[in-house]
Design a protein around this ligand. Structure first.
Ligand code: GDP
Length: 331
């Protein structure tokens, strides 16, 4: 039975990856940061099948201990401060967690289990103010946020450990990937949640930032399979994972609202609070290397993804209303 250690396992990608690895009969170890109110929402159904290890990405000693306990064949480093907009007000925290912690994790693996295969969650945000379109593995980076800068560090330190210490370390350059488990602050989920709340009469407007930016949005469930595939190859390498299709935020609004029979123009208000100090105008990935070498396939398209997210938010909001009504009745 193979053993995998996942950091960031309670997040969107970590939860899909854990489910995928469990379905492949892996023993899954999840790093858990101590908090007074742990959030297991994404891993609720598999919580008891994960071996939980307490640790913190900023604390090397705890990571060394985590690798010792897990004794992993594969390590997936998905933990990060992952919200771009939060990286301006918290640039140092972002650097500590999203950049320097990658070295912590690599060091822990190098010290305890250097033969373990290592996956680093890199990001299309590294391309930032893009110098070519579409972006591929060879495209130079030009990050536009403290988050993007931190991810560039994480990418290069992973490449460096591969080249310096002969470690099987891969960097997956994933373009935006979404799902019903996406955090509510990200634009896709913010929109699909708002659609559900407006439809149920709980919200009357949606405050947004730049509607013109273009993103290459895919389904997180498809993308975690690419992470695993990278670690099954004979040689470690870096891969772009993307759909090769881009849409504006405005199109996202159109697709989500019209699916619920609503006109987004009646609800959306532009609010400077959500406009970023520096914007990434366009991201479009060329994942042909992953498709050819990994035989990776995309299964869920843009419309299907947004519809899935609206459906799930509709169900969740309806359940919240039922719960609230029942609670009001008994009290
Ligand atoms: P990112 O690509 O990792 O930054 O993912 P996000 O989902 O946070 O943002 C995607 C794009 O949507 C960016 O270009 C944002 O500027 C744009 N956007 C416009 N309005 C909003 C908003 O209200 N919230 C967020 N998160 N993004 C917005």
């Amino acid at each position: 039975m193979k053993r995998a250690l996942i950091t960031g396992v309670t997040g969107q990608d970590g939860s899909y990856l854990a489910e995928f690895l469990l379905s492949k009969d892996y023993e899954v170890f999840g790093l858990r940061r101590r908090t007074s109110t742990p959030n297991y929402e994404n891993v609720y159904s598999i919580k008891d099948r994960i071996h939980w290890i307490s640790g913190d990405l900023t604390d090397l000693a705890s990571l060394i201990e985590a690798v010792r306990i897990a004794d992993p064949d594969e390590v997936y480093n998905l933990g990060a401060q992952s919200f771009v907009a939060a990286s301006w007000p918290q640039p140092l925290l972002t650097s500590q967690i999203t950049a320097v912690s990658v070295t912590n994790m690599l060091e822990a693996v190098k010290i305890v289990k250097p033969t373990a295969r290592f996956y680093q969650a890199s990001s299309s945000e590294m391309f930032g103010k893009v110098v070519e379109t579409p972006q591929r593995e060879t495209t130079p980076f030009y990050p536009r946020s403290p988050y993007g800068v931190a991810k560039v560090y994480g990418h290069w330190i992973t490449v460096n450990y591969r080249e310096s210490f002969d470690m099987f370390a891969c960097s997956g350059i994933l373009f935006n990937h979404e799902s019903p488990r996406r955090g509510l602050e990200f634009v896709t989920r913010k929109v699909t949640d708002a659609v559900a709340r407006i439809k149920h009469g709980l919200q009357s407007e949606l405050r947004m930032g730049n509607l013109d930016s273009l993103r290459d949005w895919g389904f997180a469930g498809d993308y975690v399979k690419a992470m695993w595939l990278m670690l099954q190859q004979e040689e470690p390498d870096d891969y772009v994972i993307s759909t090769g299709e881009m849409h504006t935020v405005r199109e996202l609004l159109q697709v989500a609202f019209s699916y619920a029979g609503l006109d987004y123009e009646q609800y959306v208000v532009i609010d400077p609070e959500f406009v970023r100090p520096a914007e990434v105008d366009l991201l479009l990935g060329d994942s042909s290397k992953a498709q050819t070498k990994l035989d990776w396939k995309l299964e869920v398209g843009f419309h299907e993804l947004i519809h899935m997210m609206v459906d799930e938010d509709m169900k969740r909001v309806a359940a919240e209303i039922r719960y609230h009504d029942a609670f009001t009745l008994v009290n």
